[in-house]
Design a protein. Structure first.
Length: 48
């Protein structure tokens, strides 16, 4: 079981890093929970 979880974590990490390098954010959005609040780096992008 631990080996399976480790392999899954490694595979997902590889996929995320590859897509990040390709500037494809869909992988992150597809894997995130619906209840995640996205916050930008600039003042006007914060949700209060």
């Amino acid at each position: 079981m631990k080996k399976e979880l480790t392999k899954k974590a490694m595979d997902l990490t590889s996929e995320l890093l590859r897509d990040f390098h390709r500037m494809n954010s869909n992988t992150v959005f597809d894997l995130c929970d619906e209840n995640v609040t996205w916050i930008g780096a600039q003042k006007e992008q914060f949700i209060i």
